[in-house]
Design a protein around this ligand. Structure first.
Ligand code: 5GP
Length: 189
């Protein structure tokens, strides 16, 4: 069986990547890598589905065991990608989606030359701030931090293979599917 593709998706938080990925993931050819995080669950988030919500102590033990393909700290919390489920699913022919921030993506770039990196940007920082405020799950101070972080992240877009603007979600989903198809059809060198 042909191995699946390793696809990294980064987007500043509030870019609507959740909506895009939820639609894309309806196709069973994809496996979504469920990350571990020390952040508290947001309302509606389910342990084992959105993230594995774990303690800092457990996270540090997993680092020590070498269980992570990559990990990073983001706005005061740890986030990390478990290696074993990724390898299993690639071997089963699944396209594996990693939804991670830019420093994690850089680690993947260095470790896995076979990975393709996709970046999603908001139409503007003003639109991003509005979206974060409408979500209503974060305090104003956290929104400021996330917008500042997003601005810095957007400047990293040239390190990615593909960049798509999420203005209208349906257009972004179509663009994302087109990118995945191009990745699948790329001739291995
Ligand atoms: P949030 O707290 O909004 O769910 O995620 C914050 C940031 O952490 C997002 O940019 C998200 O893509 C990133 N992230 C989620 N899981 C991982 C992971 O396993 N590794 C890394 N490096 N970043 C992650």
């Amino acid at each position: 069986m042909e191995r699946g593709k390793l696809i990294v998706v980064s987007a500043p938080s509030g870019c609507g990547k959740g909506t895009i990925l939820a639609e894309v993931l309806r196709d069973p050819k994809f496996y979504f890598s469920v990350s571990c995080t020390t952040r508290a669950p947001r309302p509606g988030e389910v342990d084992g589905v959105n993230y594995n919500f774990i303690t800092k102590e457990r996270f540090e033990a997993l680092i020590a065991e070498g269980a992570f393909l990559e990990h990073a700290e983001y706005v005061g919390n740890y986030y990390g990608t478990l290696l074993a489920p990724i390898e299993e699913n690639l071997a089963r022919g699944k396209d594996v989606l990693l939804e991670i921030e830019v420093r994690g993506a850089e680690q993947i770039r260095a470790l896995r030359p076979d990975a393709s990196l996709v970046f999603i940007v908001p139409p503007s920082l003003e639109v991003l701030r509005e979206r974060l405020m409408n979500r209503g799950t974060e305090a104003a101070e956290v929104i400021d931090k996330r917008v500042a972080q997003a601005e810095q992240e957007i400047s990293c877009r040239e390190r990615y293979d593909y960049c798509l603007v999420n203005d209208k979600p349906e257009d972004a989903v179509a663009d994302f599917k087109a990118i995945v198809r191009a990745i699948e059809l790329k001739v291995e060198k």
